[in-house]
Design a protein around this ligand. Structure first.
Ligand SMILES: [Zn+2]
Ligand SMILES: [Zn+2]
Length: 154
């Protein structure tokens, strides 16, 4: 995998994708672009950017305290119309947490304030899903080609 590809799965380079917002200070035009760039910011640990794109009163104080050991992929499932400065984005993200493979399936709510789309909150759509244990000698789900215990096993 080309390491300069943007983690959000766009198949573009980071610099010409989410990097424009995260490092370049550009304001994403659409809620789904904010969603993508926030995923990328989680992958890269850009917590300042996450705070800046979060409705302030909903942003956790301990942001970053309990993060997955690895974010694997993002899939945008559905994007609503942007009406009355509100929008919804449904996504699935794969991640490794406590050496288990989890899918985070969320419906995210965005609100446009002063011309910027901000993350308001999200509903988990698969709260009952059981994280899958990853065998130590199985291929790592991150796609590196290494076995798990030599890759993202912690
Ligand atoms: Zn991106
Ligand atoms: Zn890995």
């Amino acid at each position: 995998m080309n390491s300069s590809l943007c983690p959000c799965g766009s198949q573009k380079n980071y610099e010409s994708c989410c990097g424009l917002a995260i490092d370049g200070g550009q304001i994403p035009a659409h809620a789904v672009d904010v969603m993508r760039s926030r995923y990328t910011a989680f992958v890269r640990g850009n917590y300042d950017y996450l705070r800046a794109t979060w409705i302030p009163e909903n942003c956790p104080d301990d942001l970053g305290a309990d993060e997955p050991s690895q974010w694997i992929s993002l899939e945008i499932i559905d994007v609503s119309d942007e009406e009355d400065d509100e929008a919804e984005v449904e996504f699935k993200a794969q991640l490794i947490f406590n050496n288990k493979l989890e899918v985070l399936h969320e419906l995210s709510f965005f609100e446009k304030i002063d011309g910027r789309w901000l993350y308001h909150s999200g509903d988990f759509l698969n709260e009952d899903a059981t994280p899958q244990k990853i065998a130590k000698d199985a291929p790592c789900p991150c796609g590196s080609g290494k076995i798990f215990k030599n890759c993202h096993f912690v």
